[in-house]
Every structure is written in structure tokens, then in C-alpha cells.
Design a binder for this molecule. Structure first.
Ligand SMILES: [Fe+2]
Length: 297
């Protein structure tokens, strides 16, 4: 048995999108024969999400809703993929895709340049990223590999202020179903994933670990042309409860596009796929400013 064969099926599939592309081709063929085959459409929507073809996935769910208007999960998926999650369609205790909003071209280019300068200036403060909570906190390279620095005032001003303004302007607390105060406390870090780095599936906040975390935002930026491959974000169809069983192939793949911001409830299960990068330079890696906003009760 080779090492490849010993790996779980989902790990092999995730590393070989060509196999999933074959599923997609089969489903497209079925839908050419039977355009109203709702099960095939549902499967195609899911397959497109695992491939990161989110416009195609959205079109599948919109077709599905037209054929089956009572399909709440499809209506929910369509609303999320349109960038306008409808909280009334989402059940946090069901194995549904969590709501998220991914905004492209988030900061003006002048702010991105200043952000690179700010991160370069704090390069010697990065440390290996930890997992666990309080006394259980530790470095575990089997679960997480990357480096982390606490954001300084410059980074916070460049990213956090526009994030707060956007949450208010787009009504994202309602859309994402989170309870946060407009100026509530936020913990902000800068993360860099370089060659071989990843973060296995986890929830940023649970009843047991970081229970105060309510809303996660991640601002992605990187040098152009991009010096790395991989590092996609997987958001699992695992509701917001760690009581739920997780299907490891039910997820939405989101590319960490330069100058984009994603926001999701901190209880959503997510993962950072492995990064490949020849350079060891911090600024050549997959850079992210990540913040967690505190729940207001
Ligand atoms: Fe996370």
C-alpha cells in the first residue's frame, strides 16, 4: 500500500480536483438529458463549491430554487453565494453551509501598500502559530503550521476601521446572524502561511474554546504576481454546532484573493488548505489580517 492509498479519501480528493472534475462532467451530462433532475443539480452545486466554481454553484442553486421553491437549503446556498445571506433560511443546528460574505478589492491600493510596510516592520514579532485554549495552548505542527504576530496599531487602523464601517454599511451583523456591538473589543492578528503551512479544520469559537468569539473576519493580501499556490479556505457544511457530524467533502472552497475580505460566524468550521511556496520570505507568503469580534449579550 502506498502512502497515497493510506490517506483518507477526502484528503486524496481534495488534492486531486481532476477526480472531482470527472464527477462534475458526469452530472452535467445527466442534466443535459434531464434538465429538471433536482438531485443532479443539488450534487452539481455541491461539487462546484468544492472546486471553488462559486458562480456556477450559485447558478445551480438558483435553478434548483426555480424547480423546488420549498428547498430551504438551496435558497440559503443561493443567498450566501449571491453575497446576501438570508438569516431566516439558515438553521445553525443543521449541517448547512454557514453564512459568509466575501468582498473583493476591499481596500484602496494605497492602504495595501502601507499594510505591506507595516507588516514588514513587525517581521521579527512573528512566532509559530498555536492551537488550543488557555492552559491547553500549544504548538502542534500536525494541526497547524504558520506564523502569527499580534497586529499593531498601524495594522488595526488600516484594516479594522474599514471592516467596522463595512459591517455597518452592509448590515452584516443581521446578514450573518451575529450579535456584536458596533465598537466592541476585537483581537487582531497577522498570519503568514508559507511552503508546507496549513491549518486543519477548526472552529474559532466554541462553548469550550474562545467562547467570546462571535464574528471572524480575514483580510487576505499577497505580493503580485502571487508567489505561492494553495492556501484555499474551506468552509464546511457543518452549521455552527460542534455536535454535528461533518462530511469532509461537503465544503465551499474560497480562494484567498489579494485584497479581499471574508466574514463568517466564528463557530463555522473551516480549514486552510496546504500552501506551496519556494520562498521563505514572510512577504512572499499567504498573508492575512484576522480578527475576532466579541459577542455582545
Ligand atoms: Fe480559523
Amino acid at each position: 500500500m502506498t502512502a497515497q492509498e493510506r490517506r483518507p479519501v477526502d484528503v486524496v480528493l481534495k488534492a486531486n480536483p481532476a477526480i472531482i472534475e470527472q464527477f462534475r462532467a458526469g452530472l452535467l451530462a445527466r442534466l443535459r438529458e434531464r434538465p429538471d433532475a433536482t438531485e443532479a443539480l443539488r450534487s452539481l452545486g455541491r461539487v462546484c463549491r468544492t472546486l471553488g466554481n462559486l458562480d456556477e454553484a450559485r447558478a445551480c442553486y438558483e435553478r434548483l430554487v426555480a424547480l423546488a421553491p420549498d428547498d430551504t437549503a438551496a435558497r440559503h446556498a443561493a443567498s450566501v453565494l449571491r453575497g446576501r445571506p438570508e438569516p431566516s433560511l439558515f438553521d445553525p443546528n443543521a449541517a448547512m453551509m454557514p453564512p459568509f460574505v466575501h468582498l473583493k478589492e476591499f481596500l484602496p491600493e494605497s492602504s495595501v501598500e502601507r499594510l505591506f510596510e507595516a507588516v514588514a516592520g513587525m517581521a521579527d514579532t512573528f512566532r509559530p502559530s498555536a492551537v488550543g485554549y488557555e492552559e491547553d495552548r500549544r504548538i502542534d505542527p500536525e494541526r497547524r503550521r504558520s506564523v502569527t504576530a499580534m497586529a499593531n496599531d498601524r495594522v488595526r487602523a488600516l484594516v479594522l476601521d474599514p471592516v467596522r464601517a463595512t459591517i455597518a454599511a452592509l448590515g452584516l451583523t443581521e446578514r450573518l446572524g451575529v450579535r456584536i456591538g458596533p465598537d466592541g473589543p476585537v483581537m487582531t492578528q497577522v498570519h503568514c502561511h508559507r511552503g508546507g503551512d496549513f491549518f486543519s479544520a477548526h472552529r474559532d469559537g466554541t462553548n469550550l474554546r474562545h467562547p467570546w468569539r462571535e464574528l471572524t473576519f480575514v483580510y487576505y493580501f499577497h505580493r503580485r504576481p502571487r508567489r505561492f499556490t494553495g492556501g484555499d479556505l474551506y468552509v464546511y457544511d457543518a452549521g455552527l454546532s460542534d455536535e454535528l457530524r461533518v462530511d469532509p467533502m461537503a465544503f465551499t472552497r474560497i480562494e484567498p484573493a489579494h485584497n479581499s475580505l471574508i466574514l463568517f460566524p466564528s463557530r463555522a468550521l473551516h480549514e486552510v488548505a496546504p500552501v506551496a511556496c519556494d520562498s521563505d520570505d514572510l512577504l512572499d507568503g499567504r498573508l492575512a489580517v484576522t480578527g475576532w469580534m466579541r459577542r455582545s449579550d
